[in-house]
Write a protein that binds this ligand. Structure first.
Ligand SMILES: Cc1cc2nc3c(=O)[nH]c(=O)nc-3n(C[C@H](O)[C@H](O)[C@H](O)COP(=O)(O)OP(=O)(O)OC[C@H]3O[C@@H](n4cnc5c(N)ncnc54)[C@H](O)[C@@H]3O)c2cc1C
Length: 407
C-alpha cells in the first residue's frame, strides 16, 4: 500500500489504553525504535503516535528525487501499513501527544486518547522554523511529506524560485528545482554554502556544483520581507520575484514534551545516555531531538542525520524490550546536490583544522581535525578516503596528511 492510501485513527471521545511501549514520532528514529522493540521480542501492545498524516516515510528523498519529480510518494514508505497494527499494536496518525505525566506514566493525545505506558520513546525530531519577517509565513518549509507535495505541485508550473538558506536542504532543493528547469536564486546570510560547518574548500565545491546547475547565489544577505508570497525583498535592497519561495533557514527541535516530563535538556536537546535513557525513569529520547552519549566518541553528540536517528531508535527499542545495546557508531551522511554526491563521516561537533586534498579529475577530500586528532572526513569521488576516515575516527588517530602550514 502506498503511504498516500494509509488512513489515520481519530477516536471521537476519551479512550483509555494500557501499552507496554509508546513511541512518540513517526520519523526515522520512531520507526526504528518500534521495529527494534518488536524484533527484540518486547511485549505489546505497542503504539506509535505521529503528527504526520502518513505512516513513517523516508525524508531524504524529499529534497532530491521526489522534488525533481523522479520518484513518487509510493516509494517513500518504510514499511507497509499493516506492519504497525499486528496483535494489539496501533498506529495513530495525524494525532499528537499533548501532555505527559511521568509520575503516572500516562500521556494524552490531541484526539482524546489517554494512554498508560511502561516505556515511552520520544522521537519528536524537529519542524521548520518560520521566517521571522513580514510575510515570512508564506514561504513553504521542507520537512514533512505534506510540505514536499505542496512544493512539488508548485514546481510543476513555476518558472522562478527563491530558496532561503544554504544548509544541505537549501542546497539540495535549489539544485533539484534547477534540474527541473526553474530559474532558482539561493539567498543566504553566510558567505558560502556550508562554509562554517564544512570549511572553505567544501563550500566552494558545493558553490561550483550549484552554479553548474544554473542556481544564482546571493550570499551575505538576509530577507527583509516577502510580499504577497511572491516578491522577496533582501536586506541589501535586491527584490526578487518568485513563483515559489522555500524557507530552508533551519529547524526548531521539538523538546516540549521532554521539558514537560522534567527530563534534562541541554543545548536545546534532550540529554540521554548511550542506551538513550533520559534522566526520567521509563522515558527514552532518540533521533534529532536527542543529545546522546556516543561511546566511541566518548562524549554526547547532536546529530541530524537519518542513519544516526535510526541507530538511536534501534538502541532504545532493543533496550526497552529488555535487550542490550548502546550507541557507538560514527556519524555519516551523503548529500546529493544536482547529480553530485558528497560523502561525510564525522563526530560533527567542531574542528580546528580543515585540510583539503584536491584529486586529479576534480575529486576532493577534506580532513577535519581537532587537537591533532581526526574528527571528520568529507569526500567527493574519493571513497577510499571515506573508508580510511571512518577508521581514523574510531581510532582517534591523526589525519593522514599534515595541514599546509605545518609543511
Ligand atoms: C528534505 C530533507 C532531506 C534530508 N536529507 C538527508 C540526507 O540526505 N542525509 C541524512 O543523513 N539526513 C537527511 N535529512 C535529515 C533526516 O531526515 C533526519 O535526521 C531524520 O528525519 C531525523 O529523524 P527523527 O525521527 O529524529 O525526526 P523526524 O524525522 O523529524 O520525525 C519526527 C516525528 O515526530 C512527530 N512528532 C513531533 N512531535 C510530536 C508529538 N507531540 N506527537 C506526535 N508526533 C510528533 C513528527 O510528526 C514526525 O513524524 C533530511 C531531512 C529533510 C527534511
Amino acid at each position: 500500500m502506498s503511504v498516500d492510501q494509509q488512513s489515520s485513527t481519530q477516536p471521537s471521545s476519551t479512550q483509555q489504553t494500557v501499552a507496554d511501549l509508546v513511541v512518540v514520532g513517526g520519523g526515522h528514529a520512531g520507526h526504528s525504535a518500534f521495529s527494534a522493540y518488536l524484533k527484540a521480542g518486547g511485549p505489546g501492545p505497542v503504539i506509535l503516535i505521529s503528527e504526520d498524516d502518513t505512516a513513517p516515510y523516508r525524508r531524504p528523498p524529499l529534497s532530491k528525487d521526489f522534488l525533481r519529480g523522479e520518484s513518487g510518494s509510493d516509494q517513500l514508505a518504510m514499511d507497509p501499513a499493516d506492519f504497525y497494527t499486528g496483535g494489539d499494536n496501533e498506529l495513530l496518525l495525524d494525532d499528537a501527544v499533548t501532555s505527559i505525566d511521568t509520575a503516572k506514566r500516562m500521556l494524552h493525545t490531541r484526539s482524546g486518547r489517554e494512554i498508560t505506558y511502561r516505556h515511552c520513546i520520544l522521537a519528536t525530531g524537529s519542524a521548520p522554523t518560520p521566517l521571522d519577517v513580514p510575510g515570512g509565513d508564506t514561504a513553504t518549509g521542507l520537512r514533512f511529506l505534506s510540505e514536499a507535495r505542496e512544493l512539488r505541485d508548485a514546481a510543476q508550473s513555476a518558472t522562478t524560485a527563491v530558496v532561503i538558506g544554504s544548509g544541505f536542504i537549501g542546497c539540495e532543493a535549489s539544485a533539484s528545482l534547477a534540474v527541473r528547469g526553474i530559474a532558482v536564486t539561493l539567498v543566504s546570510t553566510s558567505s558560502g554554502p556550508q562554509e562554517k560547518r564544512l570549511g572553505p574548500d567544501a563550500s566552494s565545491l558545493i558553490s561550483g556544483w550549484l552554479e553548474d546547475a544554473g542556481v544564482r547565489m546571493h550570499h551575505n544577505t538576509g530577507v527583509r520581507e516577502i510580499e504577497a508570497g511572491h516578491v522577496v525583498r533582501l536586506t541589501d535592497g535586491t527584490e526578487l520575484a518568485a513563483d515559489l519561495v522555500l524557507n530552508a533557514t533551519g529547524v526548531t527541535l521539538r523538546t516540549e514534551l521532554a521539558e514537560q516530563a522534567g527530563a534534562e535538556v541541554r543545548e536545546g536537546r534532550v540529554v540521554v545516555d548511550e542506551q538513550m535513557r533520559t534522566s526520567v525513569p521509563g522515558l527514552f529520547a532518540v533521533g534529532d531531538v536527542a543529545l546522546a552519549m556516543n561511546t566511541a566518541a566518548g562524549r554526547h553528540l547532536a546529530v541530524e542525520h537519518w542513519n544516526a536517528a535510526e541507530r538511536m531508535g534501534e538502541v532504545a527499542g532493543t533496550v526497552a524490550a529488555g535487550g542490550e545495546a548502546h550507541w557507538a557508531e560514527p556519524l555519516g551522511f551523503f548529500s546529493l546536490i544536482g547529480h553530485h554526491l558528497l560523502k561525510y563521516a564525522a563526530w560533527a561537533d567542531g574542528f580546528d583544522e580543515a585540510i583539503p586534498v584536491h584529486h586529479e579529475g576534480g575529486g576532493l577530500t577534506v580532513w577535519y581535525a581537532r587537537d591533532g586528532v581526526t574528527v571528520g572526513v568529507l569526500t567527493s569521488e574519493a571513497d577510499d578516503d571515506l573508508d580510511l576516515g571512518r577508521k581514523l575516527l574510531l581510532q582517534g588517530a591523526p589525519p593522514p596528511v599534515a595541514p599546509p602550514n605545518h609543511g
